[in-house]
Design a protein around this ligand. Sequence first.
Ligand code: FES
Ligand code: FE
Length: 390
Amino acid sequence: MSTHGMTTDDLTRPAGTPAPAPDSTLRPTLPGRWYTDPELFAREQARVLEATWCCAVRGDDVAEPGAFRRVQVGRESVLVVRGRDGRLRAFLNVCRHRGALLCTEEAGRTRRTLRCPYHAWTYGLDGALVGAPNLRAMTDADRAAHGLVPVALREWLGYAWVCAAADPPSFEGEVVGAVGERLGDPAAIEGYGAERLALGRRIRYDVRANWKLVVENFMECYHCATIHPELTGVLPEFARGVATQSAVGHGAEFAPGAAGFTVDGGAGFPALPGVDPGRDRRYFAVTVPPTTFLNLVPDHVILHRMTPLAVDRTVVECDWLYAPEVVAADADLSRSVELFHRVNLQDFAACERCQPGMGSRAYAAGGVLVPVEHHLAGFHDWVRNRLGEP
Ligand code: FES
Ligand code: FE
């Protein structure tokens, strides 16, 4: 799945399986309580959000030894820390003494250790317990048994990806492979060199809507003609509602009059050096379920990280990444950023418009999916299966 012009064969259809024949029937959505019931949300936290890989922190945001960021992954608070050896590690943000959160700030930098503010147990940047006041008799074994609990971490596209599960699924399969499959070419993503790009702009959106409304919105383009005038101006095929669903690896072509992926169709920046010439006037969108969305255009990469905080609240952080020389030259990014910023505002307003309806008697049995939205049923099945629901 992915944003505006995603492929239909999103979460459940194996690679290479032909798209199902289009049909004109209406299909059901999830019932309204899936978007309002805190008990269901708690199960999603455990079985979806904590059980999958999520894109947590841009590596450049924790560049120095001792730099850390705190992220919420399902019910878990997770610390991503740069060690003195330059390595990134992640830990559950919970002191092993009596369970205090080690860090409550979103980000910071420490010198050599992480010190619990409650009774001052102290941990190395590698998570090892290195000190506890008045406990000289603590044995090495006690110490070793009470280090911070590690969380699986992988670096890819310039981000630290974490999985809070004790036994994470394969990163290569679930993340790298899935992106390659959606793009129709495992090597295509490398051309954008996301790990070498620089952050041009970051905007955080606090969306008062269930996370699945955000995902569903990203997955369909039925709304594009209604609410995205700027986007459909640059990508005219999106106005048909079908977007790029028809084929894996399909990118939406820029309008003949559009010089770049900008709010007014004016020129952007030179194409990133590794981008294949066949992709240099096209927009690609890929989703890494359940919380990461990637948008690829010739001169920049847009990455959305979604953090579901409550059944009706989702924080979305959107990064616009450009060639380092573009950012270093202090180039004017405003028309470039403005296009997807408007799309984000338009999309999130739509999600917030739906959230109150989810609790209405009118939506108790859910709504319907029209044919160009039928692929959303694959996402619904994916969530249901993870929750063990029929
Ligand atoms: Fe952290 Fe006591 S809870 S030192
Ligand atoms: Fe949209």
